[in-house]
Ligand binder design. Structure first.
Ligand SMILES: O=C(O)CCC(=O)C(=O)O
Ligand SMILES: [Fe+2]
Length: 599
């Protein structure tokens, strides 16, 4: 090919690349000098490395940042000035041979560089902590020797997967059932003494972290190219937190949250300790993608590194009484409790999903605003709480912002709720609280003198689930113990109009529930949307909650699921629970209420 036709061919290629860059990044590039440069034919997908491009460009001018985008065959150079950019252009365009298989690079000028959209820039999952240089090189060497000796001495009793070898101390983790057999400790394979010094060290580095000294260790040895599929360590098997020590090499770990598809890449440096606590332990999966290289962040950009053999020590403590984390999407205990509740239920929607979306998520979102509108205890609920004698143990199941937890100071009151947001409000007020679902109370049977469930079970989607919530209240009560339940009544106009209806003043815009104007019924996912401050037209409805931003005109509407009760419905439900007896029933301000006693 003549040099002229080669030039023409290169020109066509450049043009195609220029169009692709503009299409994909909305960044205009051409040959008019500007502060930044785009390299048309070399990027992460062609194997270009951040540091290699940086070193080359720095020979000609000052560079602020190299931007390599995952999966792209082009890259950007952010220069210090137009002058730098011009001299880099002149030094590299059609000269530098960093292209694929040594081909020359083509550069263009551009105004902007892309926002770094890589998963590196995203916030780490909440509760995830990395302590760098957690062990010394000497300790690393001793741990590696110990792991190697034990791995090679074992005739792979714990199996080894493709390019990943595992060994367990303390208890065997069984991959077929994703659990440990807590009745069979590995007496002949105790936790290595080399690990003893880690825990006092962790305590002194992180005095506020709550943890138990691990009694189970899994050693994973990854050949370069090996990975571990995304998973969440079985909730009911292990406590929070879980630790992982990276030895011999660092690795990129991928964290994913199913609920919203979030994905975050986290670099675990060699000799660092990863702590997965709280949400990062329960609400995210973690995994290592099988591949031979990792893209990692350096100097505000990305680069590619070769993977090396990595050995990790994962430390965990066994858990015995099920899990009550509140992160239902990945929680085996929660799923088991749902299965029991739903066994015979025919349903159009998965109830737990509907509750997750239209109850739990909404309360988490509106927690602070909701709490501001819930100050004064209802007098009759107050009377019930005050009726207990000194030293009684009372549970408020679905305690919300805790407005009943400050009554009757002579009793012990414990609140629980599903909503993190509302529990935070309680926590700030100094109440005794824990997180759980009312379908599965992590509380011993026969231990409470009283319990209340105020405006809670009308958020459960099926009759069976409402029944199970009442059964759980009954289960934790001592014989003779009393329970009080409030649920919204379908009929809001019984006797005097409830305050809910009375608040229907069209001009009363300060109240958050007064959002919808009267109009024809709308539906969302097949469920009718209620018009606030009017009578309920259906038993199962979505009730809007409107949050108006004080500082702006923005208003956001959230839909909460409600099953509103007919007159005798709550009593009949309670009568299905064999060991309780309804001792009082009444209507109070738009609610049906029942007091029952355990036989
Ligand atoms: O290699 C690691 O750091 C993680 C291992 C892991 O997640 C596990 O064994 O459950
Ligand atoms: Fe894991």
């Amino acid at each position: 090919m003549s040099s002229k036709s080669m030039e023409r061919k290169a020109g066509r290629k450049q043009k195609r690349c220029q169009n692709m860059i503009t299409n994909e990044t909305q960044i205009q590039c051409n040959d008019q000098p500007k502060q930044n440069l785009v390299v048309c034919n070399a990027g992460l997908s062609t194997g270009l490395k951040n540091d290699v491009l940086l070193l080359e460009a720095m020979q000609f001018g000052s560079v602020l940042q190299i931007i390599l985008l995952p999966g792209k065959s082009y890259s950007f150079i952010k220069c210090k000035s137009v002058q730098d950019s011009v001299s880099i252009y002149n030094g590299m365009n059609a000269k530098s041979t960093l292209g694929q298989n040594g081909s020359v690079l083509y550069l263009l000028y551009c105004d902007d560089v892309p926002e770094n959209v890589s998963p590196w820039d995203r916030e780490h999952p909440s509760g995830l902590i990395i302590i760098e240089d957690f062990v010394t090189e000497l300790e690393e060497e001793r741990l590696l020797k110990r792991a190697n000796d034990d791995l090679s001495a074992s005739d792979a009793p714990h199996g080894s997967m493709k390019h990943r070898h595992v060994f367990h101390y303390g208890y065997e983790f069984k991959y077929d059932i994703n659990n440990v057999d807590a009745t069979r400790p590995l007496l002949e394979k105790p936790i290595p003494d080399e690990c003893n010094e880690l825990w006092p060290r962790l305590k002194s580095k992180m005095p506020t972290l709550l943890f138990q000294i691990p009694n189970q260790v899994t050693v994973n040895k990854y050949e370069p190219g090996a990975g571990i599929p995304p998973h969440c360590d079985t909730h009911s098997a292990f406590q929070d937190p879980i630790f992982s020590l990276s030895l011999n090499a660092g690795i990129v770990m991928e964290f994913r949250r199913l609920s919203d598809g979030s994905h975050v890449s986290v670099w675990l440096p060699r000799r660092s300790l990863l702590i997965m606590s709280k949400e990062s332990r329960y609400g995210w999966t973690h995994g290592i993608t099988p591949r031979k290289t990792d893209i990692i962040p350096v100097n505000d950009g990305l680069t590619v590194i070769e993977r090396k053999l990595r050995v990790s020590f994962t430390f965990r403590s066994l858990k015995f009484n099920g899990c009550c984390c509140g992160f239902s999407a990945l929680c085996d205990t929660y799923k088991k409790s749902q299965r029991t509740a739903d066994e015979n239920v025919e349903k159009l929607v998965i109830p737990s999903e509907l509750e997750l979306r239209n109850v739990h998520k909404v309360y988490d979102e509106i927690a602070n605003h909701f709490s501001e509108t819930r100050h004064s205890p209802w007098p009759k609920v107050g009377q019930f709480i005050e009726s207990f004698t000194q030293g009684s143990i009372l549970f408020d199941i679905g305690c919300g912002n805790g407005k009943y937890l400050s009554l009757n100071a002579s009793t012990l009151k414990i609140g629980c709720d599903r909503s993190h947001g509302l529990l935070n409000v309680c926590y700030e007020r100094g109440f005794n609280i824990f997180q759980c679902d009312c379908l599965y109370l992590p509380v011993r049977s026969n231990c409470a003198d009283g319990c209340i469930s105020i405006a809670v079970i009308h958020h459960l989607v099926t009759k069976e689930r409402r029944l199970q919530a009442i059964s759980e209240m009954s289960r934790i009560l001592v014989a003779g113990g009393r329970g009080l339940i409030y649920v919204w009544s379908k009929n809001q106009a019984k006797g005097t109009k409830s305050s809910y209806l009375r608040q229907n003043k069209r001009n009363n815009r300060s109240d958050s529930d007064t959002s919808a104007d009267l109009g024809e019924l709308k539906f969302f996912d097949g469920l009718p949307i209620h018009t606030n401050r009017t009578q309920f037209s259906h038993s199962d409805m979505l009730v809007p909650w409107t949050r108006k931003d004080e500082s702006s005109e923005n208003q956001e509407t959230f839909l909460r699921f409600y099953h509103v009760f007919e007159e005798d419905e709550l009593t009949e439900l309670c009568e299905k629970v064999s060991d309780i007896e309804v001792i009082e029933r009444y209507y109070d301000q738009g609610n049906w209420c029942v007091i029952f006693q355990k036989k």
